[in-house]
Design a protein around this ligand. Structure first.
Ligand code: HEM
Length: 394
């Protein structure tokens, strides 16, 4: 890959343990260095300011996903043909397969049932007093909602979350975390190909809809497994990350919890604020198909760039006092769900789950208290907690 020699450069490694523990000072350094910064350790150009990240996400002719959105060759060849690694016009054909299933009308049909299940789960948890907000809540809800929706056969599907958690490492640079996660790729694709055949699907699930699209000839048969993986991988871990961060932010900011309890109409904005501050997906990548110029700096064609969603969402050029958690902030233009061609098709579902959880919590929890140190799960491109012990006061 070639890059312009005239760009500011940096030898920081945003994928090191230190950076993953607290990426925000590193993102600040990158934003301060310039709109385009060469990361010398990884031979990529970093986009960390909001304006350039928006440019890249909304221009798939210049910033292509077809060579993969990961930062190493192994993951990019493994995920070839998946939705996220396809450019228009093929992309639209694959994306159309589940568009109806994730549209607002379909989500509305599930809403009351999800809200009811979530409320009962939260009431039960809160009656215990203390619990682990990751295991008992942030993981429990998406697993309960999404596994049935995907409609994979019961044998083996309990491994799906583990594979999805490793997806966040596989797409990083070729470091130790990425190497350790690699077996998950073969395991997942092997399971999808051998166990998730048409005859074994749970009727009515997303996986059945994908098989049916192939039967009708809307997509080629060989697109079935990559497309199933496209939805299986990002559907749970991202939402788990967002729910975990939400609870942690409210434990740390009691005044913001009070504001939300007093006015639950703030919930949709508060959820945007959570994923602006702690973007579940911190980074994905693109390759330039032609020269991109911004603020006097250029990247030539065929350069790999890394898009730091988590850095753009804290850009002081865009947000006043960007590190402050403010549930009243007007922030609909954050990039935590991406933008443009590849903007997250599951965001309606994720929002529905998160809003249901926050509504239930405002009904049942008066105040939060920490019950021990949170533990972070270090993952190359996702931001997640592993443990978050809390006391919920009724
Ligand atoms: C809080 C939860 C979530 C967050 C923060 C999130 C974030 C993202 C982001 C940033 C992208 C853009 C990738 C790019 O720019 O290349 C994306 C794409 C995608 N997401 Fe999500 N996501 C979430 C939940 C979900 C759910 C619940 C599903 C499944 C139903 C899902 C399925 C997908 C798929 C299939 C893509 C690829 C879309 C394409 O390439 O056209 N996501 N997500």
């Amino acid at each position: 890959m070639t890059t312009s020699l005239s760009l500011p450069n940096s030898d920081i490694d945003p994928f090191s343990d230190e950076a993953l523990a607290d990426p925000y000072p590193y993102f600040q350094q990158l934003r301060d260095l310039g709109p385009l910064v060469e990361l010398t350790q990884h031979n990529v150009v970093a986009l960390s300011r909001h304006a350039q990240v928006v440019d890249a996400l909304t221009d798939s002719h210049t910033f292509s996903s077809a060579d993969g959105v990961g930062l190493n060759d192994v993951s990019n060849s493994s995920f070839e043909g998946t939705l996220i690694a396809t450019d228009p016009p093929e992309h639209a054909r694959y994306r159309a397969v589940l568009a109806e299933r994730l549209a607002p009308r379909s989500l509305r049909e599930m809403k009351a049932d999800i809200e009811d299940r979530v409320d009962r789960h939260v009431e039960d948890l809160v009656s215990r007093g203390s619990f682990d907000a990751i295991t008992d809540l942030a993981r429990a809800v998406p697993v309960a909602v999404v596994l049935d929706l995907l409609g994979f056969p019961p044998e083996g599907r309990d491994q799906l979350l583990g594979w999805a958690e490793r997806f966040g490492d596989i797409n990083g640079p070729a470091n130790e975390r990425m190497q350790a996660a690699l077996p998950a790729v073969d395991e997942l694709f092997g399971w999808l190909a051998t166990t998730c055949t048409r005859d074994r699907m749970i009727p009515g699930g997303f996986a059945t809809t994908i098989h049916e699209a192939a039967e009708r000839g809307d997509i080629p048969e060989e697109a079935v497994v990559p497309l199933m993986s496209s939805y299986a991988l990002p559907a749970m871990d991202t939402t788990i990350s967002a729910l975990g961060s939400a609870i942690q932010l409210f434990v740390d900011n009691p005044d913001q919890w009070e504001a939300l309890r007093e006015n639950p109409a703030l919930i949709p904005g508060a959820f945007n604020e959570v994923i602006r501050l702690e973007s579940p997906i911190q980074a994905f990548s693109r390759v330039t198909r032609r020269t991109y110029t911004t603020e006097g700096f250029s990247i030539p064609e065929n350069a790999r760039v890394v898009i730091f969603y988590g850095a753009a969402n804290r850009d002081e050029r865009k947000y006043a006092d960007p590190d402050r958690f403010d549930v009243r902030r007007q922030n609909v233009d954050h990039v935590a769900f991406g933008l443009g061609t590849h903007a997250c098709p599951g965001q309606g579902l994720a929002r529905m789950e998160a809003h249901a959880v926050l509504h239930a919590l405002t009904r049942h929890v008066r105040a939060w208290e920490s019950a021990g140190e949170p533990r972070r799960r270090f993952t190359n491109i996702t931001r997640s907690l592993d443990r978050l012990p809390v006391v919920a006061h009724r």
